[in-house]
Design a protein around this ligand. Structure first.
Ligand code: SF4
Length: 539
């Protein structure tokens, strides 16, 4: 029997409590037709009849379940974001998100993405901080052919967006790391095979973000569910289960459930957690629909109780708190694998690449004996499996295509979301602004010897994790000399691991986009002048 929820939670659209009637337009759309069904209409109707033929409920709703968002109409400034109607904001082109569960790609897969970008996406490609690749300028007419190309190499755009299980983050060095005790790739593959595209999980209250990694190289506190590597004193290597994280406008860090999950149980525990969310999640208000609100209202003890008694049918072992990682590992540079070969981590600036660059990356990797690359949740790229005698040449060839394995701390630790260039929710520019910021700081403060993470976001939605950066920037209009101009609210001192927490949002701490270089330079010089030995910025 479902647990009865009293008080405020009653009537929030929780299916398990019998509230099955849609309480808003999004829920109605999902009920009217399973969003996954839109694929057939794209293939059979819209791709032939063009953009104008697309039903608005598909265009602005169900298309997302296949990784498609309309992109922002060029030239619409950020002041208009909140006031224009959707059709006035959007263009007739799409952003297409390709999911890369676990982040690793074979070279044929990388070349397929590059091919799609150059042929159908005006050579655009961004490596996102969720190990996806996003392409832009895609026409609906080309989508079936794009799917054919991607699916021929085992890639997919299914449930890359929408109220469903999104891409599963995984260690970009899973299977090769010398420090890894459990390789999560088979677990990620099994979950993807069993549940992605399963209609039982294609109508969740909101998006559902997952992460599974032995190493602390994923932002595990920021997901709806995370399995982070841990050793149980009696049961051995497995995972520490975290739930209820999410950033956006009301950020919450995930909480430990205090349970140990052995590797073979990961898929069923994942299924159970997503089922709790589907059945008990709040569907009335979209801004209260993420799992984090349910976890907050219930508390972790009750969440665990419901998970174990109603869904799993058994108790999970307790897990004492494992050691907390110092910070997230970014894998930049040259590192030895457990098989004696090496991986090389390189830093495209704020994840911006291109189809041409990805094709060149595939060529460099192949030339030096590697058969695969991976993307990190810090918008960076790794070339795996490089033999020892090929390292120097591989590093040189990567640098020659703009992918440095020894980037400046600025380049290494700066991320940016999509921003006003393509995103309909954006208020300010991010990619170009952050790229210019990195170049300027490399020139002005070349002596920086430690990473300071800068996360540039175009609006409060925090897709580039505003709150967990040393310097988090949230795009908004700010008043400058009596005028509203693009700028940022500044959050200072956020982090992961032992520094886990949200940056302080100081009242009045806002900076215009034009003043950003000067501001970060001043802040850095103050930190460098005042720090005690190896004191990180977060402190
Ligand atoms: Fe768009 Fe805002 Fe997300 Fe940036 S943070 S990608 S502007 S929704």
């Amino acid at each position: 029997m479902p647990t009865v929820t009293r008080g405020r939670a009653k009537g929030q659209g929780q299916w398990a409590l019998g509230h099955r009637e849609p309480l808003n337009a999004n829920e109605q759309q999902k009920k009217d037709d399973n969003p996954l069904n839109v694929r057939a209409r794209i293939e059979n109707v819209y791709a032939h009849r063009g953009f104008a033929s697309i039903d608005p409920a598909d265009l602005r709703g169900r298309f997302r379940w296949w990784g498609l968002y309309t992109q922002r109409r060029p030239g619409v400034d950020g002041g208009k974001t909140a006031v224009l109607e959707p059709h006035e904001l959007e263009d007739e082109y799409f952003m297409l998100r390709v999911r890369m569960d676990g982040g690793q790609l074979t070279l044929p897969q990388l070349r397929a993405v590059a091919d799609v970008s150059t042929r159908f996406g005006r050579d655009t490609a961004d490596v996102t901080d969720r190990q996806n690749v996003q392409l832009h300028w895609v026409r609906v007419e080309d989508v079936p052919e794009i799917w054919r190309i991607l699916e021929s190499v085992g890639l997919s755009t299914q449930e890359a967006c929408g109220d469903c299980p999104r891409v599963i983050l995984g260690s970009p060095v899973a299977g090769v790391s010398a420090e890894e005790a459990v390789d999560a790739r088979p677990l990620i593959e099994e979950i993807t095979r069993r549940y992605i595209g399963d209609p039982a999980f294609s109508n969740l209250p909101r998006k559902f973000k997952s992460a599974i990694s032995w190493l602390p190289d994923i932002p595990y506190e920021c997901n709806d569910i995370s399995f982070l590597g841990a050793v149980h004193p009696e049961l051995g290597a497995g995972y520490d289960l975290w739930v209820g994280g999410g950033l956006s406008t009301n950020p919450m860090l995930a909480q430990r459930t205090g349970t140990f999950v052995s590797p073979e149980r990961v898929p069923e525990v994942w299924e159970a957690v997503v089922s709790v969310f589907r059945d008990y999640g709040y569907r009335r208000l979209r801004n209260r629909a993420r799992l984090k609100y349910l976890v907050k209202d219930w508390g972790i003890a009750r969440f665990r109780e419901v998970l174990e008694t109603e869904y799993l049918g058994y108790r999970l072992p307790d897990l004492p708190r494992p050691p907390v990682p110092e910070r997230l590992t970014d894998h930049i540079g040259v590192h030895r694998q457990r098989d004696g070969r090496y991986y090389i981590g390189v830093a495209p600036v704020v994840g911006r690449v291109s189809g041409g660059l990805l094709a060149s990356l595939a060529d460099v990797a192949e030339r030096h004996g590697s058969g695969r690359v991976s993307a990190t949740p810090m918008q960076k790229l790794l070339v795996l499996d490089v033999p020892a005698d090929a390292i120097d040449a591989a590093v040189a060839d990567l640098a020659a295509i703009g992918l440095s394995a020894s980037p400046s701390p600025w380049r290494r630790s700066t991320m940016a979301c999509t921003g006003i260039e393509f995103c309909k929710l954006a208020i300010v520019d991010t990619k170009d602004r952050a790229t210019a910021l990195v170049a300027e700081l490399e020139r002005r403060v070349p002596e920086l010897d430690t990473p300071i993470s800068i996360h540039v976001n175009g609006c409060p939605n925090a897709c580039a994790r505003t709150q967990t950066a040393d310097i988090g920037l949230k795009g908004q209009l700010v008043t400058h000399e009596g005028r509203q101009v693009p700028g940022f609210q500044v959050h200072l001192g956020g982090g992961h691991g032992v520094h886990a927490g949200f940056g302080r949002k100081l009242r009045g701490l806002k900076v215009t986009s034009d003043e950003l270089d000067d501001y970060v330079e001043r802040l850095t010089r103050r930190y460098l002048a005042g720090r005690k030995e190896s004191e990180p910025f977060a402190e």
